[in-house]
Write a protein that binds this ligand. Structure first.
Ligand code: ZN
Length: 440
């Protein structure tokens, strides 16, 4: 059975912490504030005129060199990945992150200070359900660097990561489900690490003014230079997982899926976030949730289009003339010579393809299913068509009456419908269709 929906969360009160910005070396104070449902995470530049805000969303991603920078217009915030990781993994959906500089305080290079901050502010549930991205098919990104990320279907949010340094030094693997408890204990304390080869040039370019052994582990050859001993034997791969969580937080939806990552970096993490966001946009465009009209009256063309995601030339229902209780209805489709399929099926001898009649039956049946479910927030996938018969040709000018009757609905996820199409009082085609439902 379906469990109650997970709710969105925000802070119970504001809290702050201060420190040094990694790249500029400036002093910075960061404050978190509660925010309403569906607000998401927004950064606020308190130090700039009009205090502009930036949505923590992938479309605002600017650069991914060494750290993740987002921006809107000319306003930027740098190195957002650690605080975003903490907010996301600790279950904060809505918050304002206010800073008086262009970068959060780096702390000790881990997400520990942010976890402490979040716990000081307290996290409370709000009265709206969380938005998820559920993976249906693998999504994959690769880079010339050897970085590879694959997002696989999973009921939970998991990350399995392999990290390897130059010459495969410090090759480490870690795999875990990401929950607030796991994040706090296993991931948040893992600090940023850098290879000496890389930092030397950055130091020459003066790009890490705030950088020191206070806030990063430096790896030189086989040696690990660090202010305190390693917090985990495999601290590096854990930090890689921390960065993945932070970068994927830019999707602005909770992910139900398993990220399998090999040598990931901010660039590939961001590429994956972009692909997820694109897939989400595609799904949302397919059909926005609507409320179903109740009662036995029919549906006009507008109402049909509010319910069905299909559009010309693939919308095969003009209107619904009647419903009979919850399980039967009749739809109408007027077949005109302008239907695109007649151009090729067949030139000079137009006949409506039988599969288009099956599609019409499926569309009418799915209207019944949506009516039964009283929502269109799920999408029906066609699973099978049995006993399909085409008895008479359907020609331009014909009006098809599409009869659909739900014969079986098992739970909320599976349904069967017996359908037939009638033209001039004669059955022209019939089929028994099976559907499954998935959340959009
Ligand atoms: Zn990092």
């Amino acid at each position: 059975m379906a469990s109650p929906p997970e709710l969105q969360h925000t802070f119970s009160k504001s809290a702050s912490f201060g420190g040094t910005a990694l790249h500029t070396g400036d002093k910075v104070t960061l404050k978190v504030h509660p925010a309403p449902v569906d607000h998401g995470i927004k950064f606020k530049r308190k130090d700039l005129q009009d205090e502009p805000t930036i949505d923590a969303k992938i479309e605002n991603l600017k650069t991914v060199e060494r750290a993740t920078t987002i921006g809107e217009g000319s306003v930027r915030v740098h190195t957002v990945e650690h605080i975003l990781a903490a907010l996301s993994a600790m279950g904060v959906d809505n918050a304002i992150v206010e800073m008086d500089a262009n970068e959060p305080p780096i702390g000790d290079g881990s997400a520990q200070p942010y976890v402490d901050l979040i716990k000081r502010a307290g996290v409370i549930a709000q009265d709206e359900s969380r938005k998820f991205f559920s993976v249906r098919e693998p999504i994959q990104v690769e880079a010339k660097t050897g970085a590879l990320l694959i997002l696989l279907p999973d009921d939970k949010f998991r990350i399995s990561c392999t990290q390897a340094g130059p010459d495969n030094r410090f090759t480490q693997f870690f795999s875990t489900e990401i929950t607030p408890a796991v994040f706090e204990r296993e991931i948040a304390p893992a600090r940023t690490f850098v290879y000496y080869e890389d930092v030397r040039s950055l130091m020459d370019k003066n790009l890490i003014k705030g950088g020191s052994l206070e806030n990063a582990i430096v790896v030189r050859g086989e040696a690990v230079l660090s202010k305190e001993p390693l917090r985990f034997g495999d601290e590096f791969v854990r930090h890689k997982i921390l960065d993945i969580i932070g970068d994927l937080a830019l999707v602005a939806r909770r992910i139900r899926g398993h990220v399998v990552a090999v040598k990931p970096g901010h660039a590939t993490n961001a590429d994956l976030a972009r692909l997820i966001a694109r897939e989400q946009t595609r799904r949302s465009a397919l059909a926005a949730p609507r409320t179903m009209p109740s009662g036995d009256g029919g549906l006009d063309a507008d109402q049909v289009m509010q319910i069905l995601p299909h559009r010309f030339p693939f919308l095969m229902v003009d209107r619904i003339i009647s419903f009979e209780n919850e399980t039967k209805c009749i739809g109408v489709k007027t077949v005109t010579i302008n239907e695109p399929f007649f151009q090729g099926h067949f030139p000079g001898h137009p006949v409506m393809p039988g599969v288009m009649q099956v599609e019409a039956m499926a569309q009418v049946a799915s209207i019944l299913l949506f009516k039964l479910a009283k929502t269109t927030s799920r999408i029906g996938y066609f699973m099978s068509a049995d006993g399909v018969k085409f008895r008479k040709p359907v020609l331009p000018g014909d009006t098809i009456f599409v009869h659909a009757e739900l014969t079986k609905s098992r739970g909320e996820r599976l349904a069967k419908a017996k359908c037939h199409c009638v033209v001039n009082d004669a059955v022209v085609s019939e089929a028994e269709l099976m559907f499954t439902f998935v959340d959009k």
